[in-house]
Design a protein around this ligand. Sequence first.
Ligand code: SF4
Length: 390
Amino acid sequence: MSYALPIAAQRRGACPTLDAPMQTGDGLLARIRLAGGRIDPIRLERLASICGTYGNGVIEITARGNLQVRGLGEAVVSRFARDVRDVVAVETGLVVEVPPLAGDDPLEFVDPRPLAAAIKELSAPLAARLGPKVTVVVDGNGQIGLEALKADLRFVAVGGDRWLISVGAELLGTTSQPLDCARIMLTALANLGPLARATDLRDLDLGDLVQPSAPVRQPVTSPIGKFQLHRHDVTGLGLPFGAMAWESIAALAEDAWRFGISEFRLGPHHSLLAVGADDSLLAEAAQVGFIMDPRDPRTRIRACIGSAGCASGHIAARSDAARLALLLPANTSLHVSGCAKGCAHPGVSDVTLVGRSDGYGLVIHGRASDTPQALLRADQLGAVLAGAQG
Ligand code: SF4
């Protein structure tokens, strides 16, 4: 019996989920939003094994800290979803994000999770009328902020009971009644229908709920490296190109007791944070391939699996990316894409190399789908990249 894909999976603008995966060039892609973004080592090992069994063997952590599995066949989608839910709670409904250290971070002004939970609760009756990409960020303004992630509504704690409130990229001011603001704005978005986004709320008047404020820039901090929590250290590990063999993640989870890890957290910018890890973790994690240094050039590179696992790929994109990483100039971003679909990164990069049947298309300050400015051979990539500017 063939599996009938949910309509959301095929609708333009929808986000892939566990129940409604999305068709890509390398099979179906499912995204798993772990409830709370936290998982104990035993469950992580089991989850990695399930993902490895059903998918293409690679686990991704997205820029927003969700798990992603590619290469699923239609026939296994419902069994995969059932097995995942047997191990972890999966979040649905409005996306409300908090930083990975929320609640334990000595530098945050306030634990943002109660406000996030209240916003999630108030949004429940509206969820069917909110677009699938609508996102709310609630940030306690601690060591790892979510400044770099786009959000329709954003609340950032600034001390006392006050929160900066932004709609899209526009700062509205500060408020001490963030829940009332969220209720008004989400209701307005829901009334506009599932295609509405933050930019449609420009003329919304929040009256006395918001007072004018000068912008406060949050520093963008890499989640890779060591951070101090109230009771533990936490070590952020980066996934090269946002992806890792499932066996590497399972091996780390299996050895967690040896490294003193009590919990893992999914972090932004393709990271996995190990809570309570001792120093012996560092060597082991580096050996299985995690990025341990926030300055590692691979943090500025996006690459899909390419021809190593996708029928549409013309080049082994991740192998090429690994080879080119040491040549990447500082402050320059690179996207190596197996074909013009650009699955790994829909946005603009300083340099994009696109696999084609006749070589590599070169796009400067553009996307994989843009018309290339030049066609390169493999032996020309290094020289071109070394001369690129961010
Ligand atoms: S961009 Fe990469 S993953 Fe996507 S279809 Fe092309 S080769 Fe496959």
